[in-house]
Design a binder for this molecule. Structure first.
Ligand code: NAD
Ligand code: ZN
Length: 282
């Protein structure tokens, strides 16, 4: 499978990078699936019997904002401190070597692609971003950058005052991310990003595209479905799915059952060899 992945990347004129929570794992971020893993990472929630799905709801921002911001404030702090792993830069190197057009599509809300140096105008954050805020009461449709730092007591996972407030009405605000059962997420920033992606797809529809998918889970298959759609709808596209536990994808797409960083490193060293041996033939 690695040799086919290497060939798909060597032949590619255009890169689409699709990523789910597993892309952050090699940078040291937890993925939030499975009660065991989540409760090991957050003992305070184990005591309360609360899992990720219970926390990811807009209602806590109304009934108990210190509880809601305890979780989301902690995530923002963690994502601000995270250093994106080398895998982000391996793909950037491939793109730069070919001077290839690229687009990133991710359900991650952590801003790690921007942090690694990917162009903000070439990223579609399907579920929004924790680095942006919006009014909880929808007094305005504007969204604004999150510059606030919330202090969180890790023992209780509750946030201390002051909490971030709406720039317009002064009331409680929330991150501009899509939560479960969420009717108040303002999606216009994500919609503008989607329009940029659609224009990119139209421009590159006839070219050889490689879609590199990493860490996208099957439980909420938003990103997996998008990768497969790109593979089906673009004329000359191959999808490479890198995932240690859920790598399955149908042929002629390529399934690589390992962690994102390990997979990218292996492909990169095989690519370097391939380029070296091609140069040796001249
Ligand atoms: N970093 C984030 O922004 C973040 C983190 C957790 C959840 N979320 C949100 O929750 C939802 C979670 O869905 P999801 O599919 O992204 O995540 P998920 O937790 O459902 O699935 C994670 C996937 O990553 C794989 N994985 C684990 N370690 C990996 C590694 N080292 N390298 C590559 N893959 C690895 C797992 O096998 C799994 O398939 C998303 O909609 C997202 O908005 C975001
Ligand atoms: Zn407001």
């Amino acid at each position: 499978m690695f040799s086919r992945a290497v060939k798909a990347i060597a032949d590619a004129e255009v890169f689409i990078i699709t990523a789910g929570a597993g892309m952050g794992v090699d940078s040291g971020q937890p993925d939030f699936r499975g009660h065991e893993g989540f409760w090991n990472a957050y003992p305070a929630y184990a005591k309360l019997g609360v899992c990720f799905e219970n926390l990811s709801t807009p209602y806590h921002f109304i009934d108990d904002p210190h509880f809601a911001w305890g979780f989301y404030g902690h995530c923002v702090n963690m994502y601000r401190e995270t250093i994106p792993h080398e895998g982000f830069h391996i793909i950037q190197k491939w793109i730069e070597q070919k001077n290839a057009p690229y687009f990133v599509v991710t359900s991650n809300v952590d801003g790690q692609f921007q942090k690694a140096g990917y162009d903000e105008d070439r990223i579609y954050e399907v579920h929004g971003s924790l680095h942006w805020l919006q009014c909880q009461t929808l007094c305005t449709k504007s969204v604004w950058t999150n510059t606030h730092t919330v202090q969180v007591d890790f023992e209780t996972m509750r946030a201390a005052d002051p909490l971030p407030v709406c720039e317009y009405c002064g009331k409680s605000c929330r991150p501009n991310v899509l939560m479960f059962g969420d009717w108040t997420w303002l999606s216009q920033r994500a919609e503008a990003q989607k329009r940029a992606m659609d224009a990119f797809l139209a421009e590159n529809a006839e070219r050889r595209v490689v879609v590199i998918e990493m860490g996208a889970g099957a439980a909420i298959p938003t990103i997996r479905a998008k990768s497969e759609r790109f593979g089906n709808e673009l004329k000359h596209a191959t999808v490479i799915r890198i995932n240690p536990r859920e790598p399955e994808i149908y042929e002629p797409n390529i399934s690589i059952a390992c962690r994102a960083l390990e997979g990218l490193k292996q492909i990169d060293s095989a690519l370097t060899e391939l380029v070296g041996s091609a140069a040796g033939l001249d």
